[in-house]
Design a protein around this ligand. Structure first.
Ligand code: SF4
Ligand code: SF4
Ligand code: FES
Length: 236
């Protein structure tokens, strides 16, 4: 199988101009039942131990191996090799700084995540056991809590590319709505105040890249739409 992989190593001295380059690899590998991450590991094990990428769970759970494969943001560990056009081109997630090879700097992404206060805010005295919800209220959180913060959606979003420091991006907005929708949370107004801003929320133009790439099948655009509806209702 043939691969073309983005390389960048600011420390090796191998690339004296300190510029990224695309490196070709050819490896004998039966792709049946195998994922992109299996090929990356095989290349690292047998051809080039300097190739760097993140991964942990290998099961689509930890969210650490988001990469861009043939132009689409995916999790390498759940993306089948079979059917991919060769040479398979693998790049880091777009628009984030590259630390090395396929490893991106997620600081901006997490800064937006932290900004939406992704935790329950409830000032009532703590109950003895737990804060109960009705099954219906709990069901409102489905499609929200499953996010693994892989960054595939936010880095596929043109609005984020243009305003990465100001537009929160689909992942952070989905998580903001996850707590707005939680009947145990008491900070809805504070959360909406924060989002009522020309950039943080309203830079979403409904382009839907986020929905198309989410490996967990989530719909950040729907969550963004619900936040916008709440803001409109609040203003009436
Ligand atoms: S729908 Fe909004 S958040 Fe999603 S990719 Fe498009 S602009 Fe970005
Ligand atoms: S919404 Fe989907 S694509 Fe975006 S960070 Fe969460 S799991 Fe990843
Ligand atoms: S290695 Fe954990 S999601 Fe892919």
């Amino acid at each position: 199988m043939r691969f073309r992989i983005y390389r960048y190593d600011p420390e090796s001295g191998a690339n004296l101009e300190n510029k990224p380059w695309m490196q070709d690899y050819e490896i004998t590998f039966d792709p049946r039942g195998k994922k992109v991450l299996d090929a990356l590991i095989a290349i690292k094990d047998t051809l080039d131990e300097s190739l760097s990428f993140r991964r942990s769970c290998r099961e689509g759970v930890c969210g650490s191996d988001g990469v861009n494969v043939n132009g689409v943001n995916v999790l390498a560990c759940v993306t089948a090799l079979e059917g991919l056009k060769q040479p398979i081109e693998i790049r880091p997630l777009p628009r984030l700084g590259v630390v090395r090879d396929l490893i991106v700097d997620m600081a901006q992404f997490y800064q937006h995540y932290r900004a939406v206060k992704p935790y329950l805010i409830n000032l009532d005295p703590e109950p003895e056991n737990e804060r109960l919800q009705s099954p219906q209220d709990r069901a409102e959180l489905d499609g929200l809590w499953e996010c693994i913060l892989c960054g595939c959606c936010t880095t596929a979003c043109p609005s984020f590319w243009w305003n990465p420091d100001k537009f929160l991006g689909p992942a952070a907005l989905l998580q903001s709505y996850r707590f707005i929708a939680d009947t145990r949370d008491q900070a809805t107004n504070e959360r909406l105040d924060f989002l009522e801003d020309p950039y943080r929320l309203f830079r979403c133009h409904g382009i839907m890249n986020c929905v198309e790439v989410c490996p967990k099948g989530l719909n950040p655009l729907a969550a963004i739409g619900k936040i916008k509806t709440l803001l409109v209702k609040r203003a009436l």
